[in-house]
Design a protein around this ligand. Sequence first.
Ligand code: URA
Length: 159
Amino acid sequence: MVIGEAPGRVETEQKRPFVGRAGSYFVGILTDVLERKRESIYITNVVKIWPRIQTPRGRTRPPTKREEEFFLPLLREEIGIVRPRVIIAVGRTAFNALVPGKEFSPGVWVEGHGGYSIMPVYHPAYILRRQRSMKELEDGLVRAIEEVRRRLDHAAKGC
Ligand code: URA
C-alpha cells in the first residue's frame, strides 16, 4: 500500500492518485523496482481533496492539520480493508498520519500498530525540486523500495 499526501490538479482532473508529474515519477520508480503493475498496488492519499489556493487555475498548498484530521478515519478504514503488510509513506504528512510525532527518517523501517511495517520516503515533488541532490535522493528512494521488495519477497516465501 502506498499513502501520499493529497491529490494535485492532474489527480483531481483524472480522479486518480499519483498521476501528475511527481506522482507518475514516483509510480514509475515503484513499479520498476518492485516489478509489479500499478494495479496490483493500492495507492491512496491522506487528504482526499486537492488543497488549493483559490486563484483562477488553483495553486497547490500544503494540507492543513484540520484537513488531515478530517480524512484520517477514512484512511484508517482503507488500511483496515486492504490489510497491507507494508505501507510506503510518501512524505512527512503520510508518515505522521500513521505514527504521529515520530521522527521522519526516509529509508528507515518503522513498525506500525496494525500488523504492517512502514517505509517512509521523501515526497517525489521534493525530490524533483532538489535539482542538485536529485540523483542522490532518487538513489535513496530506489534503495528504500528495494527494501520493500525484499520484505515482500520474504513474506511471500513464508520466511
Ligand atoms: N500525487 C498524489 O496523488 N499524492 C502525492 O502525495 C503525490 C503525488
